[in-house]
Design a protein around this ligand. Structure first.
Ligand code: URA
Length: 200
């Protein structure tokens, strides 16, 4: 196996990227995970949602956001008329940290070339980043999620034809622990809906 940047750069479609991740062996997280959690939803969708890392249920079934957080994610998307037929869903880190801890900055850094390539291959019209891990990694900003959420950023990478508007909001797992933050999250979702409808 080579470096993530080299491996990811060799991938010219999503099937190849999935294979490269399944073959990647340079991250200890991978060895304790049952599955590589690649993605769910529609790869042709205009909206790409990115979370942090799989939990236990996701690791078991090999699909992102199917546990408790996933149920809330589905409700968040539904509130603006979206579901898994018209969005594409993945995570920054495709392997579950065994103890359900947050992935470390190093683990996120190792996975970054893969998620960057993943975004290039999907080439979405809009990115929704769920939680601080996805937001700071992909927007390359040091502020926390409280500062980053609810604002439009241009996400750029060399393999994208144009910058992609990106908005971060709270992670559904955080909202389950902190229901008072839902008000802000739903405001963010409305901002996204307005942009999709072409008035913002
Ligand atoms: N939390 C995430 O960030 N991603 C998942 O897939 C599940 C829970």
């Amino acid at each position: 196996g080579g470096t993530a940047a080299h491996e990811a750069g060799q991938c010219h479609d999503l099937a190849q990227l999935r294979q490269a991740l399944e073959a990647f062996d340079a991250l200890p997280l991978k060895r304790t995970a049952m599955n590589t959690v690649f993605a769910d939803g529609n790869p042709e969708a205009e909206i790409m949602c990115i979370g942090e890392a799989p939990g236990q249920e996701e690791d078991r079934q090999g699909l992102p956001f199917i546990g408790k957080s996933g149920k809330l994610l589905d409700r968040m998307l539904a509130s603006i008329g979206l579901d898994r037929t018209n969005t594409y869903i993945t995570n920054v880190v495709p392997w579950r940290p065994v103890d359900n801890r947050k992935p470390s900055p190093d683990e996120i850094a190792v996975c970054l070339p893969f998620i960057t390539r993943h975004i290039e291959l999907v080439d979405p019209k809009l990115l929704i980043l769920f939680g601080g891990a996805a937001a700071s990694a992909l927007l390359a900003r040091h502020e926390g999620i409280n500062r980053l959420r609810g604002r439009w950023f241009d996400y750029s990478s060399p393999g994208l034809p144009r910058p992609v508007p990106a908005m971060a909001t709270f992670h559904p797992a955080y909202l389950l622990r902190t229901p008072a933050a839902k008000r802000d999250a739903w405001r963010d979702l409305l901002t996204i809906r307005k942009r999709l409808d072409g008035h913002s």
